[in-house]
Design a binder for this molecule. Structure first.
Ligand code: ADP
Length: 448
């Protein structure tokens, strides 16, 4: 058991975690870089420590500084949020070695899920559907490579086992390109990630991105909390998310969800996690598991009525999950618009001083943000400054509430992508059906 939590993050997620701690009557310690000294949550926390300059490698990624603050403040647990050190197995290990609790899964689980081949093998062992692909790492023997690729069928995608953030992948359309593409990707992977292992899988041409949220405790219980559709992406960055994923057969989803929960139990997973799938022609294909809280978790909270961050903390305290799968009820529909400080046309970040901020309100409208009038958006960090979330009895109502919520929102001093969201909410394809992961980029391209 612990009663003081160090929040090793910044921005909206630092405030989100602080709120969960306060609801559980836990004391909070926040850290901040010099650029974030005036952040709202710094004043709300019980204790706050400056851990370095704006550059995150010297502050939010500074493991020694974070462990030092934990020691000085007497915090017994560390919540890593998302990004930064949240999926760093070495950091989780150091936290444990310092006698502290890492609010998240074990270093071993983080490590396995950070390695695409190992993650895939763990999923195959639990019958979680994966993209048809090679059994493990590829060698360099041309004829066996050709056999593997031909059995799967072109186009295929070569992926670095240690890749991440959309890097270390190469699509191959034809057998004549195969050998050189494998060698090139191996070489790049060795240079970029320090691990030359690559594997190969079928390249899906029109998939949607659908993910399943899980929570799993230390007593062998795991449940899944419904689906999210995050197909609207630009450069692998999600823009607008929703729960549940529309137009998916509920029995199929339940089968895959149950397998995700079983996989968590099989690997002894602890905490919150997300299984990401590509979904094409009524089939789910696992691509990766995120071993942390995700930006888009609120849409699941709105439909299930559960506080996922509180669950993470309670699980880390050794508590049992407060509900069973049969108790999980997904009600209505939820949308999340990520509000970024960026030019809505060029997508260039627009750091600067916010001169005015008015947030929307009403039943079924939630705003997760740390910004306020007078806040300065630093060029050093991610451009996401707020998340506007709506919940309605169905998809139409969630859209209607979001349309008004965006009109109620006033953000001045910096440009934002609110106009883009307004366009998306009125787009007939997005409104009427489920679009694939390429839809947004095509819409934005000059010929789109
Ligand atoms: P990363 O860890 O770099 O995010 P992922 O495996 O999650 O890598 O893949 C990132 C993105 O690459 C996916 O969201 C999808 O757009 C594309 N992608 C990955 N695998 C495939 C595949 N087999 N077919 C089609 N697109 C894929």
């Amino acid at each position: 058991m612990f009663n003081k939590v160090l929040i090793a993050n910044r921005g909206e997620i630092a405030l989100r975690v602080l709120r969960a701690c306060k609801a559980l009557d836990l004391a909070t310690v926040v850290v901040y870089s010099t650029a974030d000294k005036d952040a709202s949550y710094v004043a709300l926390a019980d204790e706050a420590y400056c851990i370095g300059p704006a550059n995150s490698t010297k502050s939010y990624m500074n493991q020694a500084a974070l462990l030092g603050v934990a020691k000085v403040s007497g915090a017994q647990a560390i919540h890593p949020g998302y990004g930064f050190l949240s999926e760093n197995a070495g950091f989780a290990e150091k936290v444990m070695q310092a006698g502290l609790i890492f609010i998240g899964p074990s270093p071993e689980n983080i490590r396995v899920m950070g390695d695409k081949i190992a993650a895939r093998n763990a999923m195959l062992a639990s019958n979680v559907p994966c993209v048809p692909g090679s059994k493990g790492a590829l060698g360099s023997d041309e004829s066996s490579l050709q056999t593997i690729a031909e059995n799967i069928g072109f186009p295929v995608i070569i992926k670095a086992s240690a890749g991440g953030g959309g890097r270390g992948m190469r699509i191959v359309h034809d057998s004549s390109e195969l050998l050189s593409a494998v060698k090139l990707t191996q070489e790049e992977a060795r240079k970029t990630f320090g691990n030359p292992e690559v594997y190969l899988e079928k390249f899906l041409q029109h998939p949607r991105h659908i993910e399943i949220q899980v929570v799993s405790d230390s007593h062998g219980n795991a449940i899944w909390l419904g689906s999210r559709d995050c197909s609207l992406q630009r450069r692998h960055q999600k823009v607008l998310e929703e729960a549940p994923a529309p137009n998916v057969d509920s029995e199929l989803l339940a089968r895959v969800g149950d397998r995700c929960a079983q996989a968590c139990m099989a690997i002894g997973y602890q905490g919150a996690g997300t299984f990401e799938f590509l979904y094409e022609d009524d089939e789910f294909y696992f691509i990766e598991m995120n071993t942390r809280i995700q930006v888009e978790h609120p849409v699941t909270e709105m439909t299930t009525g559960l506080d996922i961050v509180q669950l993470q903390i309670q699980i880390a305290q050794g508590e049992k999950l407060p509900l069973e799968q049969a108790d999980v009820e997904c009600k209505g529909h939820s949308l999340e618009c990520r509000i970024n400080a960026e030019d809505p046309d060029s997508f260039v970040p627009t750091p600067g001083k916010i001169t005015g901020w008015e947030a929307p309100g009403g039943l079924g409208v939630r705003v997760d943000t740390h910004i306020h009038s007078g806040a300065v958006i630093s060029p050093y960090y991610d451009s996401m400054v707020a998340k506007i979330i709506t919940h309605g009895k169905d998809r139409d109502e969630a859209f209607a509430k979001m349309r008004l919520a965006l009109r109620e929102t006033h953000l001045s001093g910096i440009l934002s992508n609110i106009p883009l969201h307004q366009t998306l909410l009125d787009d007939p394809s997005i409104r009427s059906s489920s679009v694939d992961i390429h839809y947004l980029e095509k819409l934005l391209s000059p010929s789109g």
